[in-house]
Design a binder for this molecule. Sequence first.
Ligand SMILES: *Cc1c(COP(=O)(O)O)cnc(C)c1O
Length: 226
Amino acid sequence: MNAAPTPYTAIERRIALAAQAAGRPGGVGLLAVSKGQSAAAIRALAAAGQHAFGENYVQEALAKQAELADLPLTWHLIGALQSNKCREAARHFDWLHTLDRAKLVEPLARYRPDDRPPLNVLIQVDIDTEASKSGCRPDEIEGLAAAVARQPRLRLRGLMAIPAPWPEIERRRDAFARMHRLFERLRDAHAGIDTLSLGMSADFEDAIAAGSTLVRIGTALFGARR
Ligand SMILES: *Cc1c(COP(=O)(O)O)cnc(C)c1O
């Protein structure tokens, strides 16, 4: 008899099935979005085997990182980055998903500690201009990518987007498909591009079908946020 599935094992299974259906078995990672969740909830998920966690707010993340310093976790900053937070972002995270303007590149590189590997960087794209608050325009990607690629303390890995939550699934699929084309274009132009961060609790299977390599899931894993 199998034990009853936990939300974590159920999500892992759905990701594996969607990746297989897309012809990329094993090719999609899970980022557990832990904003609004306690350090204890993160610890429990880490014990079940999850190691990559995403946080939106630098201060909230630092408090949890301090409590969980005994665990070998990987931390992704997925919230909008303000200039005055570049130092802490560069020091305390492994990945940044939300690079969207050139003036952040130099401070991120400058503050990345020499004793840590380069900071992994995704460029956030505003793929649905109607809905957006953050992200660069598609025609700004290449300039930003070139600026990141010039910095040895940063490592350009790909793109991220938060498409508008259109009720019509066709509109969301269209946004995912446009992101995948931008990702392929970036991959043709730069070495080391391997990550398309796309898809959340409500739509990750569609995102995987369109080419996502990393899904960001919060509520479907942890339940509602505080
Ligand atoms: C909160 C958040 C998520 C997770 O959203 P859920 O709907 O809870 O899965 C993913 N990505 C970003 C950028 C977020 O802010």
